[in-house]
Design a protein around this ligand. Structure first.
Ligand SMILES: [Cu+2]
Length: 282
């Protein structure tokens, strides 16, 4: 019901604009075509259900968390014709070390139980895996509990989608986040770009008043207690040069961006090297 309403409202907003642009520049009217509904994957404890095949191109992936634990969707592209079976074998042989023939291509970051998150990426044709890297209380990543699914990306859908209009860009580096400008209250699309040399993620959290993003991250890392705040999505790991978009509803308050990805040199999460940022929405 609400999905139908949202889509019909999108048409109302888009049609007059598209009409006004016809005859001016056909590329602009393509840019104004409505964005398709996100491709939806349901996460539970511990697995994903959703489509096995989707078309290539700019794609919004939604994670709907029906579990009791936090979940995200990390999209991995399998290179060199490697298979899901080979990925599992490689992890078994070298636990905790990603093989060199996978590429981190984003995906919606952590959604609370009962919540959801969406991220938009340009997906090229190929074989992908959806995995969840979030650990359980014992520190075991959900991936090792069976939380992985294959996804085949092939062929193109209708007209190519224009890139979303981003209100703010978050640039990732080794090891920090930089926001292009302050985030205003309201619903905004945020672009995330990795300018670092390692894969990075952006975990968006809303912080309990008086708590810093670092304090939140330390509690979340330890798994000893629920962290003081709320996970609000973001984008999971992106390769160097990669980019993705996510949309979130920002109420006034204090927020954090955190990268839990490990530095191969030290084994420590990037947040321990400074990749954790606080920001305020007025
Ligand atoms: Cu990082």
């Amino acid at each position: 019901m609400s999905l139908v309403l949202t889509r019909s409202l999108a048409w109302l907003l888009v049609l007059p604009l598209a009409g006004a642009l016809v005859g001016v520049d056909s590329r602009l009217s393509v840019a104004a075509s409505p964005r398709p509904a996100p491709v939806r994957f349901v996460a539970d404890d511990y697995g994903f259900t959703g489509p096995d095949h989707i078309p290539a191109g700019l794609t919004s992936i939604q994670v709907v968390n029906r579990g009791q634990d936090l979940h995200h969707v990390q999209l991995l592209k399998l290179l060199q014709g490697k298979t899901a079976g080979e990925f599992q074998a490689a992890l078994k042989a070298n636990p905790g070390r990603m093989p060199s023939w996978i590429q981190f291509v984003g995906g919606p970051n952590a959604a609370e139980p009962g919540g959801e998150a969406v991220a938009t990426m340009d997906l090229g044709e190929g074989e992908y895996l959806l995995i969840c890297l979030i650990p359980n209380r014992a520190g075991v990543p959900h991936l090792a509990l069976g939380m992985q699914k294959t996804l085949s990306v092939k062929g193109a859908d209708s007209a190519p989608q224009a890139a979303p209009q981003a209100a703010v860009t978050i640039t990732q580096a080794d090891f920090q986040f930089t926001l292009s400008k302050p985030v205003a209250s309201g619903s905004h699309t945020i672009r995330v770009m990795n300018h670092g040399t390692q894969p990075h993620e952006a975990v968006l959290v809303k912080l309990t008043p008086g708590v810093s993003a670092k304090e939140f991250a330390v509690v979340a890392e330890s798994g000893s207690a629920p962290p003081p705040g709320q996970f609000m999505g973001g984008v999971v790991g992106l390769e160097t040069g990669g980019q993705a978009y996510f949309t979130a509803q920002f109420e006034p308050g204090h927020y954090g961006l955190i990268c839990f990805f490990p530095d191969p040199a030290t084994g420590k999460p990037h947040l321990a090297q400074g990749m954790v940022t606080d920001f305020t929405v007025d």
